[in-house]
Design a protein around this ligand. Structure first.
Ligand code: C5P
Length: 255
């Protein structure tokens, strides 16, 4: 078995030490505060953070995010996939800073100026508030898009080439990391170098159902390939015992 990379990686510098379970952000894909809060509380001892996305944010807003996270002492991954003109994205990043997320997503396809604006706004707003800086993560090509879908929107390059292009653009535009599928990690890690954080969904322990995820890796395989952080939803939240499932994942990562 390949040696698992060190628990603390340069790509996570400034975001705290990574215990085995600390790599895992549990995806709370639900619309209600109480459900999210209850689930987060159940698994809190075995995961490194919580991912809340558009479903929750549009139902509950910033107040709901605060309510869900209150007292949890877990980092927030705010998955809002921002994509707009640079000035608007910079403003959105400044607004998001009030929620003190550890990670916030933007679309790399927003282009270099938008990516730079997001990174700069994160830095400046953290300094202004005297808070730790959020890490900006760029989404490259959504895994729901195939080569034909890209062709339909005028993107001739195959998805894999476009992922590489957007990942390098994101790095060179000053963002902290990217979101990528397990299948992309091994190719991207050496290209991007050690300082770019790789946040990876599409993770399934060997004992969990694949659900609608197609090309999956186990948590350990993904980390061995070079992932820094893992996004895991239903294998934890859909388990009859979410805390036990999260603990099992942490144990597999630490073994
Ligand atoms: O339940 P599951 O583990 O499949 O949840 C994965 C989470 O990661 C979901 O919140 C999903 O929206 C997100 N995600 C994904 N694939 C991507 C990007 C994000 O599954 N390419």
């Amino acid at each position: 078995m390949t040696a698992i990379p060190p628990a603390s990686s340069p790509a996570s510098a400034g975001t705290g030490p990574l215990t085995p379970g600390g790599r895992v952000f549990v995806a709370l894909d639900m619309p209600d505060v109480e459900g999210a809060r209850a689930m987060a509380a159940r698994v809190a001892g075995h995961v490194g953070g919580v991912k809340l996305g558009l479903e929750f944010f549009l139902a509950q807003g910033p107040a709901g995010i605060r309510a869900a996270m209150a007292g949890l002492d877990l980092p927030l991954f705010l998955d809002l996939k921002l994509h707009d003109i640079p000035n608007t994205v910079a403003g959105a990043v400044r607004s998001a800073a009030a929620l003190a997320p550890r990670f916030l997503t933007v679309h790399a396809a927003g282009g270099p100026a938008m990516l730079r604006a997001a990174a700069t706004a994160a830095r400046e707003e953290a300094a202004r508030l005297g808070k730790p800086r959020m890490r900006i993560l760029a989404v490259t090509v959504l895994t729901s898009l195939g080569d034909e879908d890209l062709a339909a929107v005028g993107q001739a390059a195959p998805a894999a080439a476009q992922v590489r292009r957007l990942a390098l653009l994101a790095r060179d535009s000053g963002v902290d990391g990217i979101v990528c599928s397990p299948a992309e990690v091994a190719a991207l890690r050496p290209e991007l170098g050690p300082d770019v954080a790789l946040m990876v969904p599409g993770i399934r322990p060997a004992w969990a159902a694949a659900n609608d995820q197609k090309r999956v890796m186990t948590p350990r395989q993904a980390v061995e390939a070079g992932a820094d952080h893992l996004v895991i939803g239903r294998p934890i939240t859909g388990d009859a015992d979410p805390a036990a499932a999260a603990a099992r994942i942490a144990a597999e990562l630490g073994a």
